[in-house]
Design a protein around this ligand. Structure first.
Ligand SMILES: O=C(O)CCC(=O)C(=O)O
Length: 327
């Protein structure tokens, strides 16, 4: 079954018809003209204008990324020193970990901007969501009031900011409804529907955080240390790399219903809860790629059943082999 994502002018929808046609059916859609008017100045942001808007000497928490922009990947647990006898509930692949390129570090905003410009001794750095408009990037909160109006019939939680250059957020899903507004540069989403979950995950993965260490004359080193092997286990990350599946997963990977969607500056992607997404950032010529994701409480299964015909629900969430939805 081929899944395609329509581009729809927001003016053709109301908050009610948006819920009926897309949210209740768990169907992604690319919305044009859905960014709030008050957010329009953000579409002209550059690394330099971020510096101009910020209080002087500001320090921010950001994530160092690998050279190819990747933030996380699955690797052999034996690469990590430390305790491997820890039993975490739901972890079925004790021989694997979800490696995180590095724990977040605190740098001056000037250094973050230098990294966006690919200057200095910095690796790629990513201001990667995690409620950062309430923390390091609070100074930008007043520039992004409210949320895209099509979300008015949903329960708003918060808006997160994604500020970086060439980035690659690895395949995962979230348990929220997301109106993902692209402000500067573009983002390429690789999407798989929730019904593909049995092809991607069969348990939790233990997380291991590398440490980024500055080093003279280079962009620093990523080190695997015993203390990075965490007691956290996550269930929303794929157990293999969908772009390069190992042989034992090749058959499952071949069945994925992958769809690639490019979200251009000024567009909003409605990303329904449970949809797997891998996200590649492509910056504007200024070096900046910037998105604002507004999260809303998921429309639960009961509402989904109440408000949607079974034919529509099958269209977007079920895998052809399975007769039941995952969520
Ligand atoms: O933009 C990105 O790099 C990731 C975005 C994402 O995962 C999200 O909004 O849920």
């Amino acid at each position: 079954m081929k899944i395609s994502v329509e581009r729809v002018p927001a003016e053709n929808l109301t908050p009610e018809s948006f819920v009926r046609e897309y949210v209740a059916t768990n169907t992604p859609v690319l919305l044009q003209g859905a960014i709030p008017e008050s957010w329009a100045p953000c579409l002209s942001w550059t690394p330099e204008s971020l510096l101009e808007m910020a209080p002087s000497e500001l320090r921010v928490k950001v994530a160092p990324l690998m050279e190819d922009g990747r933030d996380k990947w699955v690797e052999d647990a034996s690469l990590w020193p430390g305790r491997h006898d820890v039993k975490l509930p739901g972890v079925v692949h004790g021989n694997l970990v979800l490696a995180v390129a590095a724990s977040r570090i605190e740098v001056s905003l000037a250094d973050f901007v230098a990294s966006l410009r690919k200057e200095g001794q910095w690796p790629a750095l990513y201001a990667d969501g995690a409620a950062n408009l309430e923390k390091s990037f609070e100074f930008l909160r007043c520039k992004l009031p409210g949320f895209p109006a099509l979300g008015e019939r949903l329960l708003f939680k918060r808006t997160d900011l994604w500020l970086g250059g060439e980035t690659l957020s690895t395949l995962h899903f979230d348990n929220v409804e997301n109106l993902f507004a692209q402000l500067v540069g573009e983002k390429e989403f690789l999407l798989c529907p929730p019904g593909d979950t049995p092809l991607l995950a069969d348990g939790r993965l233990r997380k291991a955080y590398a440490t980024w260490q500055a080093s003279e004359g280079s962009k620093g080193n990523f080190e695997r240390k015993a203390e990075g092997l965490s007691d956290e286990a996550v269930m929303n990350y794929a157990v293999y790399d969908v772009d390069d599946p190992p042989e034992e997963y090749a058959e499952l990977a071949a069945q994925l219903r992958k769809t690639v969607v490019t979200v251009r500056a000024g567009e909003v992607l409605y990303l329904p809860f449970g949809w797997w997404h891998q996200v590649r950032g492509r910056p504007s010529p200024s070096g900046l790629c910037c998105s604002a994701a507004s999260f809303f409480q998921r429309l639960g299964r009961r509402s989904l059943k109440e408000s949607v015909s079974s034919e529509q629900s099958v269209r977007s969430t079920e895998h052809p082999r399975s007769t039941k939805t995952i969520f």
